[in-house]
Design a protein around this ligand. Structure first.
Ligand SMILES: [Zn+2]
Length: 261
């Protein structure tokens, strides 16, 4: 199984942005990476997370534009895929770690795929959308509307874990950072990895001891999701890839470029 790291650019955060709270002083960069992973597996291509909407800076609410999205050198996720010779229609599964703006923005380009999402996340977000109460941080109306217009083939995950193929297992971590968080355990050519996304923002948040992050829906659940990841990591001897850790992202870019990821 080959793992591709897709650089979708950065979010430029203000100093007071909640994503940066409680990070180590050594990690004070105000840019956080917005990346996806493409897994080339025995059952086809699996995409983990979909970056920000490439038209977000036109359609986002004003407060969100204060956290500008700047696409990467190759553009955003669809451009990154095309650069490695893959068309959006070829993606078999999209796995959404959660439905925040920097993880589902380009989902609209993948109506041919099955999109796996936490049932709790989907039901809570769609209920809030339908009752005009989508007011929590980082769930954005235009993303939901784009997904409805595109006719996304949602598959809600209720199970605690689901093996998609020999090399990939999806874990439902439950509520914490958002209403329901998914993570992947990936058995790659060069090692085992957990794609944790925003269940753990960075190495500093992972600890041990785990540190609280600025965006959190369920505080006890947040710590529980991190300890679940730690347990999965220990059992499978798997390295944890964090959601928005710039230092780790740069290291992963080097490993991807040298073919050792
Ligand atoms: Zn998030």
């Amino acid at each position: 199984m080959k793992l591709h790291l897709l650089d979708n650019g950065v979010l430029l955060l203000g100093k007071e942005n909640p994503v940066l709270l409680d990070r180590n002083e050594a990690e004070t960069s105000n840019d956080i990476p917005v990346h996806s992973f493409l897994l080339d597996t025995s059952i086809g291509y699996i995409l983990f997370d979909c970056a920000c909407d490439d038209e977000g800076m036109k359609v986002w609410p004003e407060w969100l534009k204060q956290t500008p999205y700047q696409p990467g050198e190759n553009g955003t996720v669809v451009d990154s895929l095309r650069k490695i010779g893959i068309q959006p229609e070829e993606i078999k599964y999209v796995v959404l770690s959660h439905m925040h703006v920097d993880h589902m923005g380009c989902l609209k380009y993948f109506p041919a795929a099955r999109t796996l999402v936490s049932a709790e996340e989907f039901i809570s977000v769609m209920k809030n959308y339908a009752t005009d109460q989508l007011t929590d941080t980082f769930h954005v109306k235009t993303d939901i509307e784009n997904s409805l217009k595109a006719g996304i083939r949602w598959q809600l995950m209720y199970e605690e874990s689901m093996q998609l193929c020999d090399e990939v297992t999806v874990y439902h971590l439950g509520p914490g950072h958002s209403y329901g968080m998914l993570a992947l355990l990936v058995k790659g050519e060069n090692g085992n990895y957990i794609l944790a996304s925003d269940a753990v923002y960075s190495k500093a948040h992972y600890g041990p001891p785990a540190q609280m992050a600025g965006v959190c829906i369920d505080e006890a659940g947040y710590y529980r999701t991190i300890e679940k990841i730690r347990a999965i990591s220990e059992v499978n001897n798997a390295e944890v890839f964090f959601g928005h850790d710039m230092n780790q992202f740069k290291e992963l870019q080097k490993r991807y470029a040298s073919g050792t990821l």
